[in-house]
Structures are given as C-alpha cells and as structure tokens.
Design a protein around this ligand. Structure first.
Ligand code: COA
Ligand code: ZN
Length: 305
C-alpha cells in the first residue's frame, strides 16, 4: 500500500471537543490540557474559539486560555473565528494561525453563524486580508462538506466551489469537514479526487467525526490519495452545538496509533496522549470513546523503536 511518509495532526479537543460539553471545565484545566497536548508532541493545537459567548458559552474564556498557555517553540497555536471582533480578540492572545469556517449548506450556515454561505465568505474577506498583513496563517474549514443535518445530501460541485473561493480569497489551506460524521470512505475518496484535480495536495486536509464509526476508515481513504493533514480530538470528545446528532471527532490517540503502526510518522507520543485522555475523562466525569487507551498491549511500533 502506498502511503505518505508523514502526517500532520491538528488537535481540536480544547475547541471542537470542549465547546460541546455540558459540564463546565475551568479555565485552569483548559490551560493545563493545551499544555499537556503540546508535551505529548502535538505541534498544532486549537486552544479555543472567539465567537459570541451567547452562542457558545463554553468558549467564553478563550481569551484567558490563549494568554496563559505556555508557548513552546515549533507549535502552532490556533483559534477559530467567525467575524472581525473574534479575529481581534484572538490576535490579542497571540494566535499563530486563524481558522475560519463556512458551511456548504445554506441552512446549517444560518443556524451556525447567522449568515448565508456567500455572505459569510464575503465577511471573511477583510479578516483574510488582515491576517495576511499580520503574518498569521489562514486555515479555511468547509463544513457540512459530506452531508448536512438539515439539508441532507451536499453536491460535490458546491463543496469544490466553496473550497476554491476560500483559496482564491487568500486562505493557505482548506479542510473538508464532516461536521456530523456521515461520510463514508468511497465518498471521501471521490470528493478528494475531485478536489485534487484543482488544488495541490499540501493545501488540503480533512476533519472527521466518528458518529457512525467510520472516521478512521475515512482517514485511510484520504491517506491513499496522499492527503496527510488530519484533525483529531483527544479521547474522541467533540460535536457541534448547531449540528444535532454529531458525535465526537476522530480520537487523536487512535488516529496516531493507526498512522504510526502503518509507518506514517506523526511525531506524537501515544502513551503520553493516553494519559491526557484519562485526565480529560476525569475532568468530564465520563468515559471517552477512544479505543487504544483500553488496549492491554503496547503498540508494536513502540516495540520496534
Ligand atoms: N466575540 C464576542 N462577542 C461577539 C462576537 C465575538 N466574536 N461576535 C458577536 N458578538 C456579540 C455581539 O457583540 C452582540 O452582543 P450584544 O447582543 O450584547 O450586542 C451579539 O454577539 C450578536 O452579535 P452579531 O454581530 O449580531 O452576531 P450574530 O447574532 O449575527 O451571530 C456570530 C454571528 C458568528 C457571532 C454567531 O453566530 C456565533 O458566535 N456563532 C458561533 C458558532 C460556533 O462557534 N459554532 C461551532 C463551531 S463551527
Ligand atoms: Zn468538528
């Protein structure tokens, strides 16, 4: 099987994970979580989102989290924003990369950010220009790319149109997101193949949720096309408050385990990540869905090292 030699893992647990948790997690615990993820070898971490606290109260303390985390060299600390107010707040915390998001589905977009698809893209224009000026990297998320909780099926052509618009507007990379976890490997393969006819592979990534248990299968489908930039959430926590029924993201330690076992290097330390996952279970007071932390045997790639 021909696979990329390395993969880049972006950790979204402190944002996509915690934004959906009912139990409050203290700012101190969030800061400790981000720091522990960095210690486990993750080089790209989303520490929060700078949206309206009325819409997502769980992320209201992202300013403090961003200011107080320990910045390690070589790590990209990233934040999600949806408007200029959020961009300015996030910039004040010293983010390295700004993540912006637009759904392909008109209905989802209105429910998630109170704007239509084209309107939200236009709203990002000044943010992209400002980030370019500030030397901040721009990652654009195309959500509901594989299906919408309100509109159902999403046309491939519409996904590609949003992806290309983002890149034309100046985004550095595009992440196709399976917001509700409805994608399957054949669909992933076909949508990515269509994108790769127009977009270089190093500008493409994927964000999967594991609602139906297919997230790792979808990762493999992407890898086989050379796409090697994946989002994950420690323990597999996550979901979107505006996408009913969405379960957690693909579990980062399971994702890293699979990649490393197949010889795709990530630089992430699985045992350290399992410890982080257990700490998060303690914070949330519930078991998280990831598998590898319950396995009794050491991953064989670690035996080989
Ligand atoms: N930070 C803090 N407050 C903000 C804000 C930001 N980035 N953006 C807006 N607000 C506040 C405004 O000040 C205003 O407050 P007020 O009622 O006290 O005057 C209120 O929120 C509404 O602002 P408005 O500009 O009218 O926004 P909106 O109601 O049209 O909502 C968003 C637009 C983007 C702010 C909102 O949809 C949102 O926060 N969505 C988040 C969705 C999300 O995070 N989803 C999960 C990740 S994909
Ligand atoms: Zn998500």
């Amino acid at each position: 099987m021909k696979l990329p030699k390395t993969a880049k893992i972006h950790e979204v647990g402190p944002r996509d994970g915690l934004q959906n948790e009912k139990a409050p997690v203290s700012t101190t615990d969030k800061i400790a979580l981000v720091n522990a993820l960095a210690q486990a070898g993750l080089t790209s971490i989303e520490y929060g989102s700078f949206v309206s606290p009325k819409w997502v109260p769980q992320m209201a303390d992202s300013d403090e989290v961003g200011r107080l985390i320990t910045r390690l060299p070589g790590i990209s600390y990233q934040a999600l924003v949806m408007n200029m107010k959020g961009y300015e707040r996030a910039k004040a915390t010293g983010m390295d990369s700004v993540n912006i998001v637009t759904g392909v589905s008109e209905t989802f977009n209105r429910k998630n950010m109170n704007a239509g698809v084209d309107e939200s893209l236009e709203n990002y224009r000044p943010i992209i220009a400002q980030a370019r000026q500030d030397g901040i990297q721009i990652t654009a998320y195309v959500s509901t790319a594989f299906g919408c909780p309100y509109e159902g099926e999403i046309l491939f052509a519409n996904v590609l149109e949003v992806s290309r618009k983002f890149l034309t507007m100046g985004a550095d990379e595009v992440i196709l997101s399976d917001t509700i976890g409805c994608a399957h490997p054949k669909q992933v393969s076909e949508l990515l193949a269509m994108h790769l006819e127009h977009i270089p592979v190093d500008k493409l990534g994927v964000h999967f949720h594991d609602t139906r248990g297919l997230a790792l299968a979808n990762v493999l489908a992407a890898l086989q096309l050379g796409v090697n930039r994946f989002d994950g959430s420690v323990g597999g926590m996550g979901g979107c408050p505006f996408a009913p029924g969405a379960q957690g993201n693909v579990c980062t330690e399971d994702l890293v385990f699979m990649l490393e076992e197949m010889g795709v290097e990530t630089g992430v330390n699985v045992p350290a990540l399992i410890e982080v996952s257990r700490t998060v279970e303690g914070l949330l007071g519930r078991a998280l869905p990831g598998h590898i932390k319950s396995a009794k045997h050491k991953p064989s790639y670690l035996e080989r090292k």
